[in-house]
Design a protein around this ligand. Sequence first.
Ligand code: HAM
Length: 426
Amino acid sequence: MSESRIKAPRGTFDVLGDQAGARTELEARARSILEGAGYHRIETPAFEATELFARGVGESTDIVRKEMFTFEDAAGRSLTLRPEGTAPVCRAYIEHGMHKRRQPVKLWYLSSFFRHERAQAGRYRQFWQVGAEALGSEDPAVDAEAIVLLATLLAETGVRGVRLRISSLGSPETRGEYRERLQAHLRAHQDSLAEEVRERIEANPLRAFDSEHPDTRAVMESAPRLLEHLSEADAEHFAQVRELLDVANLAYEVDSTLVRGLDYYTRTVFEFTSDALGAQSGVGGGGRYDRLVQQLGGPPTPGMGWAAGIERIMLAGELSEIGGAAKPAAPVPVELFVAVDGPRDELRGVAFGLLSEARSAGLSAQMDLGGRSLKGQLGHADALGARYVAIVAEGQAILKDMQGGGQEPVATNTVVHAVLRSHHAL
Ligand code: HAM
């Protein structure tokens, strides 16, 4: 009797074939765009102290309230699989004293994240994000640059029907005053609100703008808007960000109802959506988080960044076509295939030695690992598109030119030399 099959957990997936190729292509493009703009790669651990997200992302957010994969280690410390990358990057900035470096410190990542969400197309429990964070500058040019870089990445990966919405949340102080005004409005219309909105009037009234509930939406139409209550400095900052986006010729809509699912934002917030995605239309978004580093125990340090979902970029984009990857992924051309003709147990060492020598010399080489007959090995080499095949036999080898069709006996230790020589002659 066979054992029952074990499947990948709900909301997770395997990356195979041309998908893997398209991801490699996406990573290469992200690297070239971001490193070209002075961002350096950072990778943080897959899990962190739970406290980091509770404090950083915010106790009242959906992410912290119900979406975290949290567990205890043997010593009883609470750990959480990272649901996002900004708080970990800020933790690393503090831990490594990066405030002593020249500011802003610009970092980018491409990593997997974990949220216990209801799985559906475009929404997974383990997903990947490419993200960029610039710490240590309040300059509106940091905001505009970051937004333009994500726009460039989405354009280069062929994401269709892209729309950019931006807004400003101001400072926590002005937001506090605004919050009271909004709460008063919500309380005045309690009876029309969706239950979950009503329950969160105290904890998170801003999320009411996010509701799909028709009566709640009607109430929100007449709600006071944060953008109209910004301090002068915050309004000026936002005006400059918009001006710079105009300079860069990037189209956007100012949307005063834009809400993000994380608590750390101050001033600029933005989101890119794609109409090629269904319900999960957000491809990427972010904003400024000028208090987060301090909240995590570091020196006062402004920050600005974004993250975009790799799976959503692939769903809404043309990467697999751009990557040119057929199914399965386009193989690396094989320059030398090492086959054996004779007793495998005796010839394996010679073949393996030849394979190592060829790779050390910079050739892409493979050997038969499937226990095939000589005919089967030649067929396999042909399917791989191998340029040369070295057939190792007792005492000598035969070098076969798979394109020219010729073959000649050679001493095993001259095979690599012969391939390299004919390479140069080409
Ligand atoms: P976020 O909006 O929560 O922001 O996530 C950014 C992007 O990650 C989303 O636009 C979406 O494409 C993708 N994403 C989120 N959850 C899932 C999921 N369950 N399945 C598939 N894709 C998903 C952040 O995470 C912030 N850390 C962004 C940021 C960086 N803000 C400042 N710096």
